[in-house]
Design a protein around this ligand. Structure first.
Ligand SMILES: Cc1cc2nc3c(=O)[nH]c(=O)nc-3n(C[C@H](O)[C@H](O)[C@H](O)COP(=O)(O)OP(=O)(O)OC[C@H]3O[C@@H](n4cnc5c(N)ncnc54)[C@H](O)[C@@H]3O)c2cc1C
Length: 453
């Protein structure tokens, strides 16, 4: 009899776990209460990048004169943009459904919860159904964290889920949170012409990133007129009939038309019945996860944001794949553990920011000897042709062996270019392996091969 796998939550983690396990011969049921494709496709990655793409085209039109074009000023049609975002989500859901159905996965619409360690109950509105499982994957994702000092209403005080786009463009948006999500929203709204103030709790935006990288982004924000309120933590948001006042712990306050909260996320574990199945929880999170993503109950796995590891869609997908392979016994044959330190990530600002592996600042903090090479995009013909020579490529390597340990890129196409370094970092390639490869000319990637020399 085929192994029965029940997956609760159909985001990138759940969909990938389902298709991989089904392909390997499991009898798979995927339980999803909302959109197959998950928050990633409904609220997070896809809609945010779609709205950012529109804002960037607007900026491109404004900059096109410098490339020899006569242009009319462009403006945004919010209704058309909203339609486009919805159609993209629908299209991606259709693609996911086709893929799952083609692999024979049963899709059950409803809310799942664990009754015990081998039973999932699904409430589909009109009744309930009980599923018996040999293994269970919980991939229920996360939702925006709402602090006790703010009450989002979706009109003036927004979470990231209210912004694709909101009914009207904010005249003055106050963004709370200067991590990855916060800076993407600053970029999104400032490219549409909204005035934006960013509350930055430390002294640099993107506090966990390379300071040189953050500096390039800050420079762009200042050029656009974004106001940076550094060293301030928001402690309250008050609403007035025509706007908001965001109060900070150092006594300063900012008055704006809207406030957007981008201060992290919370795992979706409420009502899931994890305790009934014997899974140990600590302060809302499942802390015990081995490198196969197993909880203390060995056949119950956690994948994606709910696992509390690295909250990225790409990581969720890889976790889903690794779990399915483990459930199906493949790891006894050939397996590489997922190494979160080697996951590439990108921030879709202008310029884009991307990194992978060891950062120069971390190597320095650890007292580790590294070789750091940095090449500005301005040295490539492609950047000059495109009329945008901002940013650089930085490669961190081992001075003794030449093995590439990490890298940061800031500039156009950084999210694409970082893949070269991701392959290098994951596979222990040396800088000379990159430098010996013949890259396309004229291309921004030439800065990568130069930095690898
Ligand atoms: C604004 C924003 C932008 C982002 N952009 C990017 C990006 O560009 N690139 C990137 O890699 N990451 C990005 N992320 C992160 C990414 O969205 C998440 O890491 C990803 O969605 C995690 O996937 P998941 O499968 O864990 O969960 P989700 O995508 O959250 O899916 C979980 C699913 O589980 C379902 N569910 C929950 N509870 C139940 C239940 N009890 N029964 C049935 N179904 C249930 C939900 O309806 C949902 O569909 C972004 C995040 C945010 C907030």
């Amino acid at each position: 009899m085929a192994l029965r796998l029940v997956i609760v939550g159909g985001g990138p983690a759940g969909v990938q776990a389902a298709t991989t396990a089904a392909r390997l011969g499991a009898e798979v049921t995927l339980v999803e209460r909302d959109v197959v494709g998950g928050a990633a496709h409904l609220w997070d990655c896809v809609p945010s990048k779609a709205v950012i793409a529109t804002g960037e085209r607007l900026q491109d039109v404004a900059a096109a004169e410098a490339l020899g074009l006569l242009v009319q000023p462009a403006s945004v049609d919010l209704d058309a943009l909203r339609r486009r975002v919805r159609e993209l989500s629908e299209r991606i859901e259709r693609q996911n459904l086709q893929l799952l159905e083609s692999q024979g996965v049963r899709i059950l619409r409803g809310t799942g919860r664990l009754l015990d360690e081998h039973t999932v109950e699904v409430d589909h509105g009109g009744g309930t159904e009980r599923l018996s499982a040999d293994a269970i994957v919980v991939s229920t994702g996360s939702r925006p964290r709402v602090p006790e000092w703010a009450a989002p209403d979706g009109v003036r005080v927004l979470t990231t889920r209210d912004a694709y786009p909101p009914p009207e463009l904010p005249e003055h948006l106050v963004v709370v949170g200067s991590g990855v999500t916060g800076v993407e929203f600053v970029h999104m709204f400032s490219s549409f012409g909204s005035r934006v103030t960013l509350i930055v709790s430390r002294q640099q935006v993107l506090p966990s990133k390379d300071p040189e990288v953050a500096a390039v982004l800050e420079e762009d924000f200042l050029r656009r007129g974004v106001q940076l309120l550094k060293g301030a933590r928001a402690t309250g948001v008050d609403q007035s009939p025509d706007g908001v006042v965001v109060r900070c712990d150092d006594g300063r306050s900012v008055t704006g038309s809207h406030c957007l909260l981008a201060i992290g996320s919370m795992p979706n574990v409420e009502g899931l019945g994890l305790e009934s199945a014997g899974v140990e929880l600590d302060d809302g999170w499942v802390r015990t996860l081995d490198h196969h993503m197993r909880t203390n109950v060995q056949h119950i796995y956690l994948a994606g944001d709910v696992s509390g590891k690295l909250p990225l869609s790409s990581v969720a997908t890889m976790q889903g794949r690794k779990i399915a392979e483990h459930v199906m016994g493949l790891h006894q044959v050939d397996h590489r553990h997922l190494d979160y330190d080697k996951a590439a990530s990108a921030i879709f600002t202008d310029p884009e920011v991307a990194d992978v592996g060891l950062a120069e600042a971390d190597a320095f903090a650890e007292g580790r000897k590294v070789r750091v090479t940095k090449v500005p995009f301005a040295s490539t013909a492609r950047a000059l042709i495109d009329g945008d020579s901002r940013g650089f490529v930085k490669i961190v390597s081992d001075p003794a062996t030449g093995v590439i340990l990490g890298g940061s890129i800031v500039g156009r196409q950084a999210a694409e270019l970082i893949s070269v370094l991701a392959v290098a970092v994951t596979n222990g390639l040396r800088a000379s392996d990159v430098a010996e490869s013949i890259f396309v000319h004229p291309a921004l990637a030439e800065a990568l091969s130069d930095a690898a020399e």
